[in-house]
Each structure stands twice: as structure tokens, then as C-alpha cells.
Design a protein around this ligand. Structure first.
Ligand SMILES: *Cc1c(COP(=O)(O)O)cnc(C)c1O
Length: 464
């Protein structure tokens, strides 16, 4: 007897004692035939088991008819077959939300991925010579054009870039870092842990609030592998503070023959001062300051796919590229295609601001956000969903511009915020808002304009 059938028989006996239908009986019922036509038998069997279990455990009332059982099984089948990763509407007002997948891709990046995804490509094939090529060459020319770097290497993410840098320059050696930069970037990603994982000994210099050039100078020994400068993300420190600018660290490093790594993180490629986003260095600024390697994320302010981008001098990048560890951190063809297409948009800053969703959302005028909020609110009220349009404070997220507040507008729903939040989180697509003063706000800053209609329809479907 096949195992599944024997299990089913045993379950039948148990269920008889509790007045619940058996798995086999339900599977054989005419009501379930349409489900078996739609999904593999083993999958429907799992759904049947889950349905029976939900009744046995009391989390569902016992269905009164065969048709009602079928509905319950169908609901469980939908749970089982629904993809785990699915779209949501980000109405939190945090544009780069790590929990919600960070940067949505530009249409050009999606087109490029689609073109490459389903077929073969010259990923590691040189079309000029017919010989072996390198996947690492594909985005280099664009990164040179846009940032002014000499050479570049793209790896899996910025954390991987740091691990690779530390492993290359400082395995079993010292890494010097300021105590003011021993930061946690979120999701248990801590700079000191990364340094140790990279096989380096951490040499902390200075204090939480003040670090001077002399602190670095005194820490340099024959054992020093690298100096790391971590761009402060997620928080700001003010008052009696001092840090050493990269320019001076780079000069010190060059003087002593110690490579300087600047972990920039956010990946800003264009100045966004006129949109209220001031004071962060772009990748070009960071390179000009003289660090040997600048590392940045692909899916933060750059607005591309998850990637870690390493920029620097050719000889330094060559050392990183030939480290065997690079093989374990390499990116796949989809990332390369999406990153290349995103970077190409930066050739014309006006195009980048318009076409890259993160930049378009960050640069959107509050007036435009208010108009969109008013249009959505009108639709909701027409269907009996009580709401108001309120001004709101949105933010960049992703550890970039931690202190900047971007003026925004939101649809504030009327009613118990906890109940509303729960209902919208369970909708299709889920709508994730933000709580403020016990109200649920749907902040327009982080909603893609093409999702406005879906947002209104989903809220109406869930609440009306
Ligand atoms: C976000 C961030 C990282 C990590 O980047 P990932 O691409 O998420 O790995 C590293 N350093 C800084 C300064 C950051 O802001």
C-alpha cells in the first residue's frame, strides 16, 4: 500500500472518533473534483489535511455541508499554492524599506532582465574573440562613466563587498576603525561582526563621539591590513563630535602604504540637494576624496537591484577580483542586466530622476502627493470608507539621510487603527500603512503612482 494511502487510512480512523470526515473521504467527494483538476493530488491532500486540522484545533467552525468543506479546503489550497514572495503596496512613507524589498526597479531594468532571463547570454563569453569572457566586465564601463572610477567590481551586496575587502586586505591582520563607526545597520548586520567574519582583528580607535587623525596614526603598525571608514547610516551624532574626513585618512593611508576602504552604503550617484536631500556624498565625491575602495549598495539610493558595488583604482580592484572568495559572492546575470540598465539611465540625470522609481518618489513635489491622496480619498468616501487627507512626514529609509523629513500627504483612515491595519495587511495585494496618533495613514510618498488605483480598490474591497 502506498504510504500516503496508509496514512490516509490511519487518519480516517482517528477522525471517525471525532466526527470529522476522513482525508480519503473528502478527497473522493464530488465537491473536491474541481480542486483535483486544478492542482496535483498531493497538494490537494495537504490542503485537506490542513482544513481538517483547522477544525480539529478549533480555529475554524466545523463546516455543515460537503460544499462548505470544499470551500474550506479551497481556502487552504489557496494558502498553500500562493507564492511566498508576493507584491505589497508600500504606504508606510519610508521609500527604501528593507522589509518591503527596498528599491522597485525601473521599467528599463525589468525589460533588460526579461530579455536575459529566459535565454542564453554572453555572461562569460567574449563575442569579439570567441573566447572566455568575464561576468565582472559588464557594468564596469558604465560605472566608469558615471562615477569616474578607474575600475569596479560588482558583488552580491554591500555587506559582501565589505567582507571581500577585509578578506583581501586584512585577513589575519588588523583593521583600524573609529569607535564612532562601529554601527549596526539593521537586521543584525553589525560592522564589527563583518570585520571579524572577514578574518581581521578589529583595532578600535578614538571614542564614540570623537576620533582624531592621531588616533589612526598611532594604531598603524606592521600588522595593519586596512583602515575602514564607515559612512554613518541610520543615525546622526551631534554635539561635541569630531571625525576624520576621508581625504585625511586617504593621505595617511597612502603615506603608510595602508589601503583605505570607504563604506558609503547608500549609493547616491546624483546630488539631490534641491529636493531637500543635502549633505550626503555621491560615489564620485567619495572617490575624489581618495579612498582606495568605495563600497555601495545597488538597491538603496541608486535604485537598482540588490548588489554591492566596489569602486577604485585598477590594481586594487584587480586584487579584489582575483580573490577566490569573490567567486562565492558573485552576482548572477539577472542582477547584472538590471544594474546595467539602471546605471545607463544615469547618463542623463533628468531621465534618471524620472525613470528610476526611488528617485522619482524622493523628488515628488508635496503638491503632487496631495492631489493623489485627494483622488484616492474621494474614491474611498464614494464607497463609504471614512477618511481624511492629512499632511505627513515621510523619510528616505535604507539608512540614508536619517535626519531628513520629507513633507508628504497621506490618506488617514477613520476607525480603529489596529483593526484597519490587520485588514489591509491581509488584503490582496497587502497594503502596509503607518500608525500615527492611533490612526492608520496611507502615505503617498512611497506608493508607486501606478499603484494608486490598486490601492483604492484594495482598501475599498477590504473595508467597504
Ligand atoms: C546598507 C549599508 C550596508 C549594507 O548594504 P547591503 O547592500 O544591504 O548589504 C553597509 N554599509 C552601510 C554604510 C550601509 O548603509
Amino acid at each position: 500500500m502506498p504510504r500516503s494511502t496508509r496514512e490516509a487510512r490511519e487518519t480516517d480512523r482517528l477522525d471517525d472518533r471525532r466526527d470529522l470526515p476522513g482525508v480519503g473521504a473528502l478527497l473522493d467527494s464530488v465537491e473536491l473534483a474541481p480542486l483535483l483538476a486544478r492542482a496535483p493530488r498531493a497538494t490537494v491532500t495537504n490542503a485537506v489535511r490542513a482544513a481538517i486540522e483547522s477544525v480539529r484545533s478549533g480555529s475554524r467552525p466545523a463546516p455543515a455541508s460537503a460544499a462548505a468543506w470544499s470551500d474550506l479546503v479551497e481556502a487552504r489550497l489557496a494558502d498553500i499554492t500562493r507564492p511566498s514572495l508576493r507584491p505589497v503596496i508600500n504606504a508606510t512613507g519610508v521609500v527604501l524599506h528593507t522589509n518591503l524589498g527596498r528599491a522597485p526597479l525601473a521599467a528599463a531594468a525589468i525589460r533588460a532582465m526579461r530579455e536575459i532571463a529566459g535565454g542564453f547570454s554572453n555572461l562569460e563569453y567574449d563575442l569579439e574573440t570567441g573566447g572566455r569572457g568575464s561576468r565582472y566586465t559588464h557594468c564596469v564601463q558604465l560605472l566608469r562613466e558615471i562615477t569616474g572610477c578607474e575600475d569596479a567590481l560588482v558583488v552580491n551586496n554591500c555587506a559582501a563587498a565589505l567582507v571581500l575587502a577585509v578578506d583581501t586586505f586584512a585577513r589575519d591582520r588588523d583593521v583600524i576603525i573609529s569607535r564612532g563607526e562601529l554601527v549596526e545597520i539593521g537586521g543584525s548586520f553589525r560592522i564589527p561582526d563583518i570585520m571579524r567574519r572577514g578574518g581581521a582583528r578589529l583595532v578600535e580607535v578614538g571614542t564614540t563621539n570623537r576620533t582624531h587623525l592621531a588616533d589612526y596614526e598611532q594604531a598603524i603598525t606592521g600588522e595593519t591590513g586596512a583602515i575602514i571608514k564607515v559612512h554613518r547610516s541610520n543615525f546622526a551624532i551631534s554635539g561635541f563630535t569630531a571625525e576624520v574626513p576621508v581625504e585625511r585618512l586617504a593621505a595617511l593611508g597612502h603615506d603608510k602604504g595602508v589601503p583605505v576602504v570607504h563604506d558609503l552604503g547608500s549609493g547616491l550617484l546624483l546630488h539631490l540637494d534641491e529636493y531637500g536631500l543635502k549633505g550626503e556624498p555621491t560615489a564620485s565625491d567619495a572617490l575624489r576624496a581618495g579612498a582606495d575602495v568605495v563600497t555601495l549598495s545597488g538597491d538603496k539610493l541608486l535604485g537598482g537591484p540588490q548588489a554591492g558595488i566596489m569602486l577604485g583604482k585598477a590594481d586594487v580592484i584587480e586584487r579584489l577580483r582575483t580573490n577566490p572568495l569573490a567567486r562565492a559572492l558573485r552576482v548572477d546575470k539577472l542582477t547584472i542586466s538590471a544594474l546595467g540598465a539602471t546605471l545607463a539611465l544615469y547618463r542623463d540625470p533628468a531621465v534618471a530622476l524620472r525613470e528610476i522609481p526611488v528617485l522619482a518618489m524622493l523628488s515628488a513635489a508635496p503638491r503632487a502627493l496631495e492631489e493623489r491622496a485627494l483622488a484616492i480619498a474621494e474614491k474611498l468616501r464614494a464607497r463609504g470608507v471614512g477618511c481624511d487627507v492629512v499632511s505627513s512626514e515621510s523619510s528616505v529609509g535604507g539608512g540614508a539621510f536619517p535626519e531628513v523629513v520629507l513633507e508628504s500627504f497621506a490618506v488617514a483612515l477613520q476607525g480603529n487603527a489596529m483593526i484597519l491595519e490587520n485588514a489591509l495587511r491581509g488584503a490582496v495585494p497587502p497594503v502596509i500603512g503607518r500608525m500615527r496618533d492611533e490612526r492608520l495613514l496611507l502615505d503617498m510618498r512611497s506608493v508607486l503612482p501606478r499603484d494608486d488605483e490598486a490601492l483604492a480598490a484594495t482598501v475599498i474591497g477590504a473595508l467597504a
